[in-house]
Ligand binder design. Structure first.
Ligand SMILES: [Zn+2]
Length: 133
């Protein structure tokens, strides 16, 4: 299945409850949206699943407690680029480099053409954009 909202550029979102299997489910959600022939497919799948993994780690160790690993992935696909936003309710400290475990944020910085933090409560997170190179 390939869904590209090329004309209206509307992001397609899905909320995941935050079980460990949802890391893979998020990767498959992205794969179904983009299709394997999309030039950003592999990098987008990698970064999305790594961010979901960071959210899993965060829920176990966050000093602020009570955060769940629930997260939402939003994808805005175009023929030669993709924008992905990963949000998770709670303190959002998982989105600050060096605060939580995992390599997700480091990989986003290395691979994405552009990236940034979403500081909007109650669902802070990370966005990144990939372009065909
Ligand atoms: Zn936290």
């Amino acid at each position: 299945m390939t869904i590209l909202n090329l004309s209206e550029r509307i992001p397609v979102s899905h909320r995941f409850p935050g079980a460990y299997r949802d890391v893979g489910a998020a990767r498959r959600f992205l794969a179904d949206l983009l299709g394997r022939n999309h030039p950003c497919f592999y990098d987008a799948a990698l970064l999305t699943s790594e961010l979901a993994t960071v959210i899993m780690y965060h829920a176990q160790i966050c000093v602020f407690g009570r955060d769940t690993p629930e997260f939402t992935v939003s994808v805005r696909a175009e023929p030669d680029s993709v924008g992905v936003t990963v949000l998770s309710p709670g303190c959002g400290c998982w989105a600050v480099p060096g605060v939580t475990l995992g390599r997700g944020l480091h990989l986003v910085e290395l691979i994405a053409a552009r990236s940034g933090l979403v500081r909007t409560l109650p669902d802070p997170g990370v966005w990144f954009e990939l372009r065909d190179r």
